[in-house]
Design a protein around this ligand. Structure first.
Ligand code: FE2
Length: 575
């Protein structure tokens, strides 16, 4: 049984393939197209998945599309009737996108060279938030769990709560667009001077520099409600019918300004990109983050009480708020939490496929998905052939010697591009396509920003830590395989690892498991043996672009920046 999941014509388009219940491959289209958040039809991701599964279109039993235009149709019509108008371009863009979604059979037919009728009975449309929920619950180790999905919006829903049990997910409640925690966060992200799709993580990074002194004022904008959800005061936001995210011919998601003048009267005019960040901006960021956390905990506490369950599965764009995620256990009665590596919209492809596999085909549950390494892979021979074709000088080393050279370089203040095994599915580099540095260096952040990243100075870098040492360095001990939670670093340890300790004493850790990433584990262990520190600074292997996917992307990034070493499998390219 082969199921191909697809997220198309939505940000972070992607594909995922399951064969006989097992995840074989999952990847974002942006990795091939080299355009962040690419939102068109994921033809290259689909072809990659089929190749990994060693199969063709004709052997796919089900196509699972994480989109159902018929979902909440009546609610949608009522909303449009109550909110007539909208700009011509917004309506036009919406119509164009709907047509594209409707023509998926044609797209698949073109890609496969088959008649569209072949796909007619094989396409299953799965609602956006049910796909999010499935991506978390069916990939989790739990037989039963409360399931929550929170994002900007998808299929006219912004928040969905459910119970997952065995191969079922039963929806308990959902909240309609435009009452959205994602829209709330994005509006303030724009006000703070970050206009691009996906910029919200910058606000998360900036928040610890401020005091949440505007929290009460923000309660005029968002109100927690007795039904365990929340409502926005919509007068602070532009009408949803005027368009929020648009996808044009270049398939780059563009977020329109979503605030009204009323919001700027209360919180000031939007900061321009070139304007300095003041303490006001930092305090506002801290306040927005605090209210968002309170809203998430309000939803979760309600679901927890309603279900009586202590296992939680969480997905959706807002579930990428790693600072909030790290506080769930201390603010709710949930004891075990599973958040998939691609909790954002790329995970929709995987979720739609898992939904079809379990809900529709009644497949029995498989072991939990603990690895995000489902993307591209290249052998030493392929890498060498590529480097030879470009007349690049390189050396090949056995693992032990290679770890020795890499750790020496790191200890000497070097920055290393680390490309090994399969690429990660999801926004975080987890030691497959990472840039590494020594976490002990107080100047590591500056070195990285000068040599490679050139990003805002307030943004922290993250620690990869051998899982056995988490309790030694962090206030909380938990599995964090996908860098999805932020925990306080123990006060006594903060001076040991300044490069990965944020201004508020926290770190967005990744626990490295020998079973899941043996090579990355062994590299960190080699570093520990030399320094006593079981941690490396890990940031994504890219420079203002999607994470590198191929040796060509990695070499290009290496040559464009001032990285000291490029390591691809057992090959080292140095300057
Ligand atoms: Fe979503």
């Amino acid at each position: 049984m082969t199921i191909l999941g697809i997220n198309a014509y939505h940000a972070d388009s992607s594909a995922a393939i399951f064969v006989d219940g097992k995840l074989v491959a999952a990847i974002e289209e942006e990795r091939f197209r080299r355009v962040k958040h690419w939102a068109g039809f994921p033809s290259m991701a689909i072809e990659f998945c089929l190749k990994e599964a060693g199969t063709g279109f004709d052997e796919v039993d089900h196509f699972a599309i994480g989109r159902d235009p018929k979902a909440k149709l009546i609610n949608k019509m009522l909303y449009l009737a109550k909110n007539p108008g909208g700009s011509f371009s917004a309506i036009n863009a919406r119509l164009k996108n709907s047509k594209r979604v409707a023509s998926l059979e044609t797209e698949l037919a073109i890609l496969s060279g088959t008649d569209p009728s072949f796909f007619k009975d094989k396409i299953n449309k799965v609602e956006h938030h049910q796909s999010h929920l499935a991506s978390a619950f069916f990939a989790s180790p739990f037989e039963e769990a409360a399931c929550v999905s929170i994002d900007g919006s998808g299929d006219f829903t912004t928040t969905m709560i459910a119970i997952g049990k065995g191969n079922q997910i039963d929806v308990l409640d959902s909240l309609d667009f435009p009452h959205s925690l994602g829209i709330f966060y994005t509006a303030f992200t724009q006000l703070l001077g970050f206009p691009h799709y996906g910029d919200e993580y910058k606000v998360i990074g900036m928040a610890p520099y401020g005091q949440a002194i505007y929290s009460e004022k923000l309660k005029e904008v968002i109100r927690l409600t007795d039904d365990g959800l929340f409502r926005l005061d919509l007068s602070f936001f532009r009408k949803g019918t005027e368009g929020i995210i648009s996808y044009h011919e270049d398939h780059i998601p563009v977020v329109q300004p979503i605030w009204t003048e009323k919001l700027t009267r209360l919180f000031g005019v939007p900061r321009k990109k070139e304007e300095a960040l003041t303490q006001y901006h930092k305090d506002l960021a801290a306040s927005v983050q605090k209210i968002t956390e309170e809203s998430i905990f309000h939803i979760l506490n309600h679901v927890q009480k309603r279900t009586g369950l202590t296992n939680l599965c969480l997905a959706g764009g807002v579930a990428q708020n790693s600072v909030a995620n790290g506080k769930i256990k201390s603010n709710t009665a949930f004891q075990n939490i599973y958040i998939p590596s691609a909790g954002h919209d790329a995970g929709i492809s995987m979720g739609a496929a898992l939904f079809v596999q379990h809900r529709l085909l009644k497949h029995k549950r498989m072991p939990a998905i603990k690895s995000a390494f489902t993307g591209s892979r290249f052998s030493n021979d392929e890498i060498k052939a590529f480097l030879c074709s470009g007349n690049m000088h390189f050396c090949e080393w056995e693992d032990e010697d290679l770890f020795d050279k890499v750790t020496d370089c790191l200890i000497a203040g070097g920055v290393v591009g680390w490309f090994t095994g399969r690429a990660e599915f999801g926004p975080r580099a987890l030691g497959g396509r990472s840039i590494l540095a020594d976490p002990r260096r107080a100047d590591a952040k500056e070195i990285l920003n000068v040599k490679i990243k050139r990003r805002e100075s307030f943004r922290p870098f993250a620690p990869s830590i051998l899982r056995e040492y988490v309790s030694e360095y962090f206030e909380q001990t938990d599995e964090v395989p996908f860098m999805e939670k932020v925990f306080p670093v123990k006060e006594s340890k903060r001076r040991e690892i300044p490069a990965v300790t944020h201004v508020d004493g926290t770190g967005r850790l990744q626990t490295v498991d020998k079973e899941v990433s043996p090579r990355y584990y062994n590299l960190i262990e080699a570093f520990r043996k030399k320094t006593g520190i079981p941690i490396l600074l890990n940031t994504s292997f890219n420079e203002n672009e999607p994470i590198v996917n191929s040796p060509a992307d990695a070499l290009d990034c290496f040559l464009r920046t001032e990285m000291d070493l490029l390591v691809m499998e057992n090959i080292i390219v140095s300057r």
